[in-house]
Design a protein around this ligand. Sequence first.
Ligand code: ZN
Length: 579
Amino acid sequence: MKTTPTSILAVTLFCLSTISSGSRATAQRSADSSAGARADLVLTNGRVWPGGDSTSFAESVAIRGNQIVRVGPAAEIKQLIDERTRVVDLGGKLVTPGFNDAHIHFLSGALGLDEIDLTGAVTVAEMVERIAAYARDNPGKQRVTGRGWIYTPFPGGLPTKTYLDAVIKDRPVFLRAYDGHSGWANTKALQLAEITRDTKFDGYGEVVRNASGEPTGALKEGAQRLVSRLIPEPARDRKLAALRQGMELAASLGVTSIQNAGGSPEEFSLYEELLKRGELTMRVSMAFSVDARTTRQEIDRFLALKNQYDLNPILRANSVKFMLDGVIESHTAAVLERYSDLAPEHAAPFGELAIPADVYRDLVARLDKAGFQICTHAIGDRAAREALKAYEDALDANKRSNARHRIEHIEIISPEDIPRFARLGVMASMEPIHADPSTIDVWSRAVGVERLKYAFAWRSLLMGGARLVFGSDWPAAISLDPIRGLHVAVNRRRVDGQPRRGWVAEQRVSIGDALRAYTQAGAYSSFEEAIKGRIAPGMLADIVVLSQDLFKLNPMRIQETSVAMTVFDGKVVYQEGGK
Ligand SMILES: [Zn+2]
């Protein structure tokens, strides 16, 4: 982070002197408003969008401690200013509630910050160039790891080891696709993992082979473990350092809350440690990963942590997360109609569920009964239908209200299933960046034109009464920047403006709906809508100041917006250009 003073800071100091002296004259009046009313931090002369359903804007916000104490006209807020108040003149900038990322894999994203990053590389040549450069710059790294490759530029949609062997022969290389569902290994990595033409893999996934039976270096889903298990687990200190680095990035992007989509009690303990040290600069709610092998003892442990942190405003563990299918691009998502680019005689032309449906339903019923919020990764329309069915059965059996179960991703959905979200109170948790038209070619071919109408069907789900909540899926997406997400949510166009009319443009949402999905809906998703997600008196002071007014802007310019300031729990945790 740079340390040069910024214009905001300069304005702050200027206002601090002018407004503070004025406030002494009005001290008499402020005394009678609310007892001991004074503010620690005042953001004034902005356009404050309070969030929720509000369509009116305020000028100023006053914060005391970690709470918002008043929102209103600058003249009124002025009464809460005394000589110790930090006053920030916003110069008309937009203020919104802090962003909530409802689906993120924060630790793996943070750990990846110093690995090879293939994000944004759109040709094979570009990827190979970055890999070669990284290898040159990191001669001491015994294993070369990274992620971010997209399927589109490779013939057949999957990379092969030969590209990697051409630049790195002596060290193993393992690179995950941007979505994390496929891996790309060089010959050295395959050798160390003892993957040969005779290797059998019968888990969920595939060792991809060429026509002569030779492994190509591409590994789908669980088959990635054959190579990734050779990469040693980073030490605890390294993980803590990565989380700190990741939180700095999150703060710079206005993210003040996350729901971590899957993890273990060990991962949770990293956040516990940061909480105890007062180092968390975002609210974290954890979903523990569950699958068919999860034991009763493990569930008891999740439950103990859930109860222990039940009312903690910074760290929580209310949820569990299932992976019910894979992804469209590698044909592992479970779909109702055959993949458009697969022949009927293909071994799995409909993809498949990652867990047998009856096992999944049984687990959902038990976890619902235990009081967990359940999140299910379901990308294909068949997986989404199975998840809805399991939730419906569990809710019928256990008669629980307010469970707020969620389905994650929902990349394609059958229109008949859309009304079931509202009826069952199931949240639609989706990531706009996954619909960025620059990464959608292989996806579109597999889905085919018939199903496109309900591709990332944000508008249809909203119109059908579903609660829509947005996240990034970082690092299984090119960025955790909510501004990038807002850009795609509102435009469904690439950053260069293509396609002109938008990709499946009927599923776009308004900027208000998109912002709600990044703020209030996130708070609702973690059962905290009474304390955060809006800018109103009594709410936790998580606030973002943006460089441009998203409500007035030509939507194609949303992408040019930057975060000017992030306030978390009443404290300024990021300021553009340094603190
Ligand atoms: Zn995910």
